[in-house]
Design a protein around this ligand. Structure first.
Ligand SMILES: Nc1ncnc2c1ncn2[C@@H]1O[C@H](COP(=O)(O)OP(=O)(O)OP(=O)(O)O)[C@@H](O)[C@H]1O
Ligand SMILES: [Mg+2]
Length: 328
């Protein structure tokens, strides 16, 4: 078996507050293979961003990784000293955040920023790095890249800026790209272009991609697999066509009702009654049980662990029984 690019095992992340230690991520496990795009969905506060930040080692105190392991192409990275982790982050993991301006320095020409990043991670000369920067800008669809390379971030539109961020994220040829709602801040008309670009880059370069998005349409079109998060856990994970067409977890079923129809006439999210619990008040058993129409006694007591259902894995007692029987 080939080693996954990213392997996360039983990840736990805690934030210490004055009153209590809150567990934002509680036992999350998933893999992303070379060239694969994993979508991560779930309502606000589910732990999507914190999971991504943990992978790139950007959880700052009072937060910390309190358990589990993170491996990048077989190498454990959650333990690395900050200096080494910074190198891994720049070279082997690329990041794309919602706001392109968090990744770009407004005072520097974009070409200089890309050249600096290339030269930090490769032996290329200044002129070779500049040529590569121009090639990268062309690859991400910036028109007249040989001129635009000398522009400043404010001279670019939002969509073009995010393309520059993508060029910056891929310039050291990372194994993994983490994109956290990369199109949320952009006009609808450019969102699809950026998503198509990220998908193509994953395919062309064999990069593994973790794509956090609220947009189920994007998930359906872009991702190979999808993880549905709820209260810091993965409720369900599996191939995108299975999870979207045949969601198993009651929360995933509710969420998939949020996909716009093909005709596009119904873009409103289907509301699941109730709201996700605060971190300080996650109920025992299954965290979804107070909102779940199918909850029974066990769901209020015992935490469901993920069990395999075909190509999907689901953390729900409704399926646990059947899985055990078929395994026997
Ligand atoms: N620095 C922090 N200190 C305390 N709690 C935090 C901190 N950062 C995140 N959290 C908590 O961790 C939980 C997960 O947050 P996270 O940002 O990962 O959610 P998300 O799924 O990305 O949501 P959204 O869709 O709104 O971006 C939330 O309850 C959030 O309040
Ligand atoms: Mg987030």
């Amino acid at each position: 078996m080939t080693v996954p690019v990213l392997s996360v095992r039983d990840l736990k992340v805690e934030f210490a507050t004055r009153r209590a230690t809150l567990r934002a991520i509680d036992g999350v496990s998933f893999d992303i293979a070379k060239g694969e795009v994993l979508g991560v969905v779930g309502e606000s506060g589910a732990g999507k961003s914190v999971t991504g930040l943990a992978v790139i080692g950007l959880i700052d105190p009072p937060g910390r990784i309190s358990g589990g392991e993170i491996h990048l192409s077989g190498m454990r990275i959650d333990h690395l000293p900050p200096e080494e982790l910074r190198r891994v982050r720049g070279k082997r993991i690329g990041m794309i955040f919602q706001d392109p301006l968090t990744s770009l320095n407004p005072l520097y020409r974009i070409g200089d920023q890309i050249v600096e990043t290339i030269r930090t991670h490769t032996n290329l000369s200044e002129s070779a790095a500049r040529k590569r920067a121009i090639d990268l800008l062309a690859e991400v669809g910036i028109p007249a890249p040989d001129k635009r390379v000398d522009g400043y971030p404010h001279e670019f539109s939002g969509g073009m800026r995010q393309r520059v961020v993508i060029a910056l994220a891929i310039c050291a040829e990372p194994e993994l790209i983490i994109a956290d709602e990369p199109t949320t801040a952009l006009d609808v008309s450019v969102q699809a272009q950026i998503i198509t670009l990220i998908k193509r880059l994953g395919r062309d370069h064999g990069t593994a991609v973790m794509l956090v998005t609220h947009d189920m349409g994007v998930i359906a079109e872009t991702c190979d697999r999808v993880a549905v998060m709820y209260s810091g856990r993965i409720a369900e994970i599996g191939p995108v066509q299975d999870v979207v067409r045949n969601p198993l977890h009651p929360y995933a079923k509710g969420l998939m009702g949020a996909i716009p129809t093909l005709a596009g006439e119904d873009k409103r999210l289907v509301q699941i009654p109730g709201s996700m619990p605060r971190l300080s008040a996650i109920p025992p058993g299954c965290p979804f049980n107070p909102r779940c129409a199918f909850a029974f006694d066990r769901c209020r007591i015992e935490r469901p662990e993920p069990t395999r259902q075909g190509a999907q894995a689901v953390a729900c007692h409704l399926y646990d029984h059947a899985a055990k029987e078929s395994a026997a």
